[in-house]
Design a protein around this ligand. Structure first.
Ligand SMILES: NC(=O)c1ccc[n+]([C@@H]2O[C@H](COP(=O)([O-])OP(=O)(O)OC[C@H]3O[C@@H](n4cnc5c(N)ncnc54)[C@H](OP(=O)(O)O)[C@@H]3O)[C@@H](O)[C@H]2O)c1
Length: 315
């Protein structure tokens, strides 16, 4: 593979794989990097590297003109283990003079009292993971401000889509359950507006940030399906599967009790506000700059269910 104008995607998880495939579909030279070879990565070069090792990260990114950060650390160890991953990728981007496009979630904002999130909101989170995320953003912005690197940050909300099973509110416990005739597991108020992002839209958005010079130096909220309530989304799931998709909602007390024995559930308490008040991502800045984007919700739900139906035969 020619090692110039190369797009290097760090992370071959739920978004990294989709992004690598999207970039390859645009005819770009793509390399994906993670520690373990992913099973589904057709037509894309792959290298093994530990991103927390700056030398290894820089070596894996040799020839990159754009580097995408789609890494993640274990949910219960974000403050200790996530920043070193980003630092490795940042070092690689600096070494090669590559644009660094970083995917973030919305934890850094913290609760907004239901106010829609725009890019100019302060990163005011006080929880452990929210503070860790905000500190990581600050590191990126400081590196860019010091002229060490060019960056573009893309933020997305809880995501769903083909290939998304665990690590998301809208994974196995919603789509898998619906197909199996079981109710969806959901903690919070399903009647409130909640933005859900769709993985193929996130991939397309990140690719825009990596290929359009107008993106450089800024934070962008990535468009997805129009925001409605969680219940409205579940109604679409129900109409697709042909039977009601009810909700099995755990009472808060039970969640707290489960948190005593399950560290991941305990960690979820920090972000429970996202499901107790409207949680709306304003993506108008992106759309005003790059044009309308985002898959219609019904199409996104149908494609996700189609993947869930065939996934046993998916390589
Ligand atoms: N989950 C959501 O709903 C959501 C919503 C919005 C934004 N986000 C954000 O999106 C980003 C990506 O999340 P995701 O859910 O796509 O991640 P994911 O599926 O957990 O994938 C993480 C990837 O990072 C790789 N990785 C971890 N440690 C590594 C290391 N030391 N060196 C190299 N690679 C390493 C993993 O591969 P190996 O283990 O093989 O190395 C894996 O491919 C995160 O910043 C997350 O906060 C998530």
């Amino acid at each position: 593979m020619a090692e110039d104008r190369l797009h290097v995607v760090f992370g071959t998880g739920q978004v990294g794989i989709a992004l690598a495939a999207h970039l390859a579909g645009l005819g770009l030279a793509v390399r994906a990097v993670s520690r373990h070879r992913p099973s589904a990565l057709a037509g894309v070069d792959w290298r093994a590297a530990d991103a927390a090792d700056p030398e290894a990260a820089a070596d894996a990114a040799k020839g990159a003109s754009v580097i995408y950060q789609c890494l993640n650390a274990p949910y219960t160890q974000w403050p200790e283990r996530f920043p070193p991953l980003q630092r490795g990728v940042l070092a690689a981007a600096e070494r090669h003079g590559a644009l660094l496009v970083s995917l973030e979630n919305l934890y850094g904002y913290g609760p907004t009292g239901g106010r829609p999130m725009t890019e100019d909101l302060p990163l005011a989170a006080t929880g452990i993971k929210g503070r860790a995320r905000a500190a990581m953003t600050a590191e990126l912005l400081a590196a860019a401000e010091a002229g060490r690197v060019r960056i573009a940050i893309g933020r997305a909300s809880d995501f769903f889509g083909p290939g998304v099973t665990a690590g998301s509110t809208l994974g196995e416990r919603v789509f898998g359950n619906a197909l199996a005739g079981r109710r969806a597991d959901f903690i919070g108020n399903p009647s409130l507006p909640h933005t859900y992002s769709y993985v193929p839209d996130i991939a397309a958005g990140l690719a825009t940030l990596g290929t359009d010079a107008r993106a450089v130096g800024e934070v962008w909220h990535l468009p997805g399906p129009a925001t409605g309530s969680t219940r409205a989304l579940l109604d679409l799931v129900a109409s697709e599967v042909g039977h009601p998709a009810g909700i099995r909602s755990l009472p808060k007390l039970a969640v707290r009790a489960l948190g005593l024995v399950n560290p991941t559930i305990r960690e979820l308490a920090e972000t429970s506000y996202q499901f107790d008040q409207p949680f709306v991502l304003d993506t108008s800045k992106y759309q005003a700059t790059f044009g309308p984007a985002g898959t219609p919700l019904a199409d996104a739900v149908a494609a996700t269910l189609a993947w869930y139906r065939t996934r046993t035969s998916t390589p």
